[in-house]
Design a protein around this ligand. Sequence first.
Ligand SMILES: C[S@@+](CC[C@H](N)C(=O)[O-])C[C@H]1O[C@@H](n2cnc3c(N)ncnc32)[C@H](O)[C@@H]1O
Length: 282
Amino acid sequence: MTLRLSSNNKFTINNQTLLLGDSLNILPTLKKQFDACITDPPYNISGYDHKKEIGWLKSNKFWTEQKKFYKIDESWDKFSNGDYERFTEEWLKMVCCLVKKNGNIIIFGTYHNIYKIGYLLEKLDKKIINSIVWYKRNAFPNITQRMLCESTEHIIWAVNNSQKNASNWIFNYNFLKSINHGKQMRNVWDIPSTPQNEKEFGKHPSQKPVKVIEKLIIGFTNKGDNILDPFMGSGTIPLVCMLHDRESLCIENNEDYYNLAVKRLKGSNKNKNVDAFELLSC
Ligand SMILES: C[S@@+](CC[C@H](N)C(=O)[O-])C[C@H]1O[C@@H](n2cnc3c(N)ncnc32)[C@H](O)[C@@H]1O
């Protein structure tokens, strides 16, 4: 399949290429190999199998109108369980063809989808190195009071090779230790939810904090590496790649989010967005 992209659906800045379109169509047309894939796919939180919970929320106007609580209820995040598994397997297989052997594959999720992603990575015989728990101590309280307050997201770190043969993956142990007061980095990261000042160009319902993405980019890739993100959202991955001298190719199929990412990258520069990790960058 040949895919033609007009200048309206491609934006390039400082070695970051942003494409507007469906990853399932674009990934098979890509010719180059990537050093790593770091991505945050749809979680299926709004999926049809969670409909009951959304209905409960909509009938509770106190939370939606007065407290301005927003539960992800986006069309891009709605699948039946079977469709979600097929969709995930399809893009994962494509990513595995595009990332070089032993390259890192790092995927975000919540309890809604992370077990499926882990299962599919094992089915594809990929070595899982660690799972990271991102603890959001300021996560929104659980308003239903029928379950624990969900305050974590999960990140699976896998390598693009079999369980048996995986070797020589990138892990910048010393950098991670240096930002952890000289102690080995553990797999629980206590980082607050995305702060408002990272939303100056507009909002995305699942925008990740720069701090979380920075740890991944600097800890698990090297300067000059080329990173693939098939689910770009508001552009946090290319933004951090730009700040830390990595290249990226990122895809987003929602025009509003694509435009938001373009604005964020245009509006950012090193001087404005310098942060604590910059000086330690390896
Ligand atoms: C969880 S969000 C990513 C958020 C991102 N990490 C950030 O910091 O803003 C997933 C994104 O994938 C996009 N998406 C969903 N299906 C897609 C597809 N088939 N191709 C490209 N993008 C897709 C959605 O529009 C959404 O913005």
